[in-house]
Design a protein around this ligand. Structure first.
Ligand code: AMP
Ligand code: MG
Length: 481
């Protein structure tokens, strides 16, 4: 195993060198073995040894733990100092294929960035992040990964006394928009440049070939985020806290706090208990990302051109392409969900279906999934709508368009790979968390297994595709900070 740490070789203001705080009685809840294999980690066999490693009680050989500095706009307000207040970056591994991964513990104790927090995480949010981040990855959506979770044997105190846990997560990089903001707000131009060079080398190497590498970096980040937003919008993912410190420049989904997937289609859905004004509502996510990227652009201005006004013009031109780029990906993605090519007419048809779904409170995932078989068997699809007349009209238009675009034969497969059969439904996560709180991890394990193959039908797990019954519905999610 090669364990290096390129971030720890950046100068001191980028982080604090600090070891995780040991925990009382670590116990392994789960190790993601396929991921450990991909990372080519040389791990001990014994569960107690694994628990010691993934709780921070013992360090992986060669690791140099650090807490990363970052700032961020939280709900639109700039906070100049956030940083890893409960996370430790252990280091970076490179596998034989040359893939590089950062390994980080979350919930691993206090750092100088803890600001009065306890540095810990309750079990529930650790389980949610494990389940949802792995589900995202299995759906093919860029995301940080979950390598392991351990319970600490120590209580954490929130609104109640809860079990503590540590998540081990893996990313192609943990640099956030807020990391750039940290140095830009302090007018540390050299540090902004060093950070940009690090991110180019690490996440966007092709930018180094461009005439203006920093402009190309900004463009690459915007382009990755445009695609990511389209992917979220096509699976009904609501991130919940799209603060700039929760926006990774790698283009990976990061920080699964009060996130949720839509059950019934509601474009204005908000789940987070702290999002009182719907800033991060489902349908606002692409616009909010544009806002976050504007913050990033502001930090990069000094690097873009010696002439400030030319730098602004260049940065704004990149930013202006973000929404059109998102729209192109979204058009393609949404049209695939109805088995059609990504053209304007097909998109209008798909939008028409979304509108019917909104008015009928239809389950977002199940409607698209039922549509996969609607050419031969439309009944399960139409049964999801109360407005029978309208949905039959829609189906007629859809069939006509399938024929016109020559998509009759390909539509089913297109749709089946554009809409998962299984998403991490909030009520299932909640049930799994509740069982885990009393020491029963079977529901968590089962949920993780089902979600490893989200596009397969798995009739034996059909109940995991069902929307919540009214009494099972979870209206709010909490971040557990
Ligand atoms: P989050 O809401 O998880 O994105 O965290 C926002 C900021 O609060 C980050 O700087 C975290 O490190 C910090 N933070 C969250 N929870 C804790 C905690 N329990 N102890 C210390 N810092 C925390
Ligand atoms: Mg965060």
């Amino acid at each position: 195993m090669r364990f290096i740490n390129s971030y720890a070789h950046l100068p001191e203001p980028f982080y604090q060198r600090i070891d995780p705080e040991p925990v009382a009685a670590p116990s392994l809840i789960r190790l993601n073995r396929p991921l450990a294999e991909r990372l080519e980690l040389d791990l001990p066999e014994d569960d107690a040894d694994l628990a010691a490693l993934f709780s921070g009680n013992r360090l992986l050989p060669g690791s140099e733990p650090i807490a990363q500095a970052y700032a961020g706009h939280q709900f639109g307000q700039f906070v100049p100092q956030l940083g890893d207040g409960r996370a430790h970056l252990l280091g970076e591994t490179v596998n034989k294929a040359g893939e590089r991964f950062d390994i980080q513990l979350k919930g691993s104790g206090r750092t100088k960035f803890s600001r009065g927090g306890d540095g810990r995480s309750p079990l529930g949010p650790v389980l949610r992040e494990y389940v949802v981040s792995e589900a995202m990855h299995a759906m093919g959506i860029p995301s940080t990964r979950a390598l392991a979770m351990t319970s600490t044997g120590q209580p954490v105190f929130r609104e109640a006394e809860l079990h503590g846990a540590v998540l081990t997560r893996v990313a192609s990089g943990f640099v956030r928009v807020g990391t750039f903001e940290y140095f830009a707000a302090r007018r540390m131009e050299d540090a902004v440049r060093q950070l940009a060079d690090h991110v180019i080398e690490r996440n966007h190497p092709s930018a180094s070939q461009a005439d203006n590498p920093y402009l190309a970096l900004f463009e690459a980040i915007c382009s990755a985020q445009a695609e990511l937003m389209a992917r979220w919008m096509c699976v009904g993912f609501v991130h919940g806290v799209m603060n700039t410190d929760n926006t990774a420049v790698s283009g990976e989904t990061i920080d699964f706090g009060p996130c949720a997937f839509l059950d019934q289609y509601d474009p204005e859905a908000v789940f987070s208990s702290i999002d009182h004004f719907g800033r991060y509502a489902f349908n606002r996510q692409p616009t909010i990302m544009a806002w976050n990227l504007a913050c990033l652009g502001g930090c990069l201005i000094p690097l873009l051109d010696d002439d400030e006004s030319r730098a602004h013009t260049a940065g704004e031109a990149v930013l202006e392409r973000f929404i059109p780029a998102f729209a192109a990906h979204y058009t393609q993605g949404l049209c695939s969900k109805i088995g059609l090519p990504g053209d304007d007419e097909s998109f209008a048809l798909a939008r028409g279906l979304l509108d019917l779904m909104r008015r009928n409170g239809t389950d977002f995932t199940n409607a698209f999934r039922a549509l996969c078989d609607a050419q031969t068997d439309p009944a399960p699809f139409t049964a999801l709508f109360a407005t029978n007349e309208e949905i039959r009209h829609w189906l007629d238009d859809w069939r006509a368009r399938l024929a016109l675009t020559g998509s009759v034969g390909t539509a089913r497969e297109t749709m089946r790979s554009a809409t998962p059969a299984f998403i991490p439904r909030n009520h299932r996560i909640e049930q799994a968390i509740q069982a885990a709180e009393v020491g029963d991890f079977t529901l968590v394990d089962r949920l993780i297994e089902v979600l490893r193959r989200p596009y397969e039908d798995q009739p034996e797990n059909a109940e995991y595709a069902a929307p919540p019954r009214p009494e099972e519905r979870v209206e709010q999610t909490f971040c557990g900070t």
